[in-house]
Write a protein that binds this ligand. Structure first.
Ligand code: SAH
Length: 503
């Protein structure tokens, strides 16, 4: 399978949108990748499969604005293939159904780079199924055509419509949302009956899925009325009529946060979580305004010490990344710390360490400072030297607990800086916050900063955990809803539940 250590690129089909429609092989490839190069159609949730330290590169194409031209993507693939053992090129749907997957594969071949292809579930078939339309059906459609409607300079592609007149064949057009009227007219002119069933399915297999069902003569008007958004598939043929019987309303298209607007204060870290909270909320249909309220910056750590400590404590991923950056700067490596044992708080911190090839020796049973202090005190010796690598504003709990321990030392390796805005920008942000339905706090420092900006908070206030809620209380906000466990997924679930009971 795809896990030997030879350097290579794996072209992976991400499926049509629902992250559950990734293949088992595709999942294995994502988990093993050192670098993932992905585009817009791949679900943001798939990126959470990436291991800690995996480089994530977005090369998406937003409508007609190519974020990254194809030749740059090709060159990037070759460059990253040389740099890493496993590079995954994640492409929406199936790798080779449009989207220029074949060109990427040829380019790799020409440059002598080994690659593997893991096919994906294509939207051209699965997108229809999700709307209750079987692409073929005995007695109704004996086959199908899949075509691109997107031609040069945003015009309709040069399709020979005279070949698409057979009533027993389904026609599927990708990249055609801007050309629905023209496609319908040309098919009719070519000889397909004006009352042939036709549908346009937008954001198939996602919570945002929405479809218009009609006939060739009225489908364009319906799409305009409903203001369907891209990506969308056009499907024409008698199989479309089966959707009234086969469409499962409960499966897709239940974007629970549609119509909701949320504010998400963010702190730009040395390693940002993927998917971001904003991406998860957007996936549920919410409109999200992210406000950067802080940024994590390294504090140089000279590492002049002659002796490595007996213990090091890490309680955040930012501390881990800062430490390793300092190590490289000092031209040292982990051999210097060969005898040092390592204590961490939190699985994410542990994973960040593992990405640097270091396993922890001690992980307390709870993910708070007091549990660490209490349990850690039992494993150390009185004469042990201990370095706690932390952020400037980090918890004081350990300092208190080890005040009497001679060898205990705190080393600040990063700072959480304020971000300041001019009055005009600030006014716009405050206005947005006032009009929003809710705000999500994922740290106590975000609470402090938003409150300093004197924003009037929206009605729904969400908090990721006890320390954040405590900070909110200190600012007089007592009705925040707190996540059961400190994860973005849990925060999203909380808002979805709140909105279900609202309606
Ligand atoms: N390789 C992809 C297709 C890439 S071309 C695949 O196999 O699915 C991009 C087009 O695919 C979009 O313009 C749209 O027509 C279609 N598409 C992809 N995902 C879609 C989705 N979730 N819903 C509707 N159409 C989708």
């Amino acid at each position: 399978m795809s896990t030997d250590t030879k350097k290579r690129v794996i072209l992976v089909g991400a499926g049509p949108g629902d992250p559950g429609l990734l293949t088992v092989k595709g999942k294995e490839a994502l988990c093993s990748a050192d670098c993932i190069i992905y585009d817009r159609l791949a679900s943001p949730k798939l990126l959470s499969l990436a291991k800690e330290g995996c480089e994530l590169i977005y090369v998406g194409k937003e409508n007609h604005h190519h974020v990254c031209p194809q030749d740059k993507i090709n060159a990037l693939l070759v460059e990253k293939a040389k740099q890493y053992d496993v590079v995954v090129r994640l492409k929406g749907g199936d790798v080779y159904v449009f989207g220029r997957g074949g060109e990427e594969a040829l380019f790799l071949r020409e440059h002598g780079i080994d690659f593997e292809v893991i096919p994906g579930v294509t939207s051209a078939i699965a997108g229809l199924a999700a709307a209750g339309i079987p692409i073929t059906h005995r007695g109704i459609a004996m086959g199908f055509h899949v075509l691109t409607a997107h031609g040069k300079e945003d015009r309709l592609s040069s399709i020979d419509f005279s070949k698409l007149t057979d009533e027993t064949e389904t026609c599927v057009f990708l990249m055609g949302l801007g050309h629905v009227r023209e496609v319908a007219q040309k098919l009719t002119l070519a000889g397909r009956s004006a009352d042939t069933p036709a549908a346009v399915i937008s954001c198939a297999t996602t919570p945002l899925q929405k479809s218009c069902i009609g006939i060739l003569s009225d489908i364009a008007d319906k799409v305009e009325q409903e203001q369907l958004i891209s990506p969308a598939i056009i499907v024409v043929g008698n199989v479309v009529s089966l959707s009234t019987k086969l469409f499962d309303k409960a499966a897709y298209g239940n974007a629970a946060l549609e119509g909701k607007t949320y504010i998400v204060p963010v702190i730009k870290g040395l390693c940002n979580a993927n998917p971001s909270l904003g991406a998860l909320l957007r996936e549920q249909g919410a409109l999200v305004h992210e406000i950067t309220v802080g940024s994590i910056e390294r504090v140089p750590f000279p590492m002049e010490s002659e002796r490595a400590p007996d213990w090091m404590i890490f309680t955040s991923r930012n501390a881990v990344e800062s430490f390793f950056a300092a190590l490289i700067e000092a031209r040292r490596d982990m051999r210097f710390f060969a005898k040092t044992r390592i204590a961490v708080i939190g699985d994410k911190t542990a994973k960040a360490l593992e990405a640097h090839g270091v396993y922890h020796d001690f992980l307390p049973t709870g993910s708070d400072g007091s549990t660490l202090a209490e349990e850690f005190a039992k494993v150390i010796q009185t004469e042990d030297s201990i370095w706690y690598l932390k952020g400037l504003e980090g918890s004081k709990v350990l300092a208190k607990a080890f005040a009497g321990h001679k060898g205990y030392r705190e080393i600040v390796v990063y700072e959480n800086h304020d971000v300041s805005y001019g009055t005009e920008v600030l006014d716009t942000m405050c206005m947005k916050a006032e009009q929003a339905d809710g705000i999500f706090f994922t740290s106590a420092s975000a609470v402090r900063r938003i409150c300093k900006m004197q924003m009037s908070l929206p009605r729904e206030v969400y908090s990721i955990g006890p320390a954040t809620t405590e900070q909110l209380t200190q600012y007089g906000i007592h009705d925040a809803a707190q996540a059961k466990n400190p994860s973005y997924e849990e925060l999203v679930r909380l808002s979805v539940t709140a909105n279900c009971t609202d309606r």
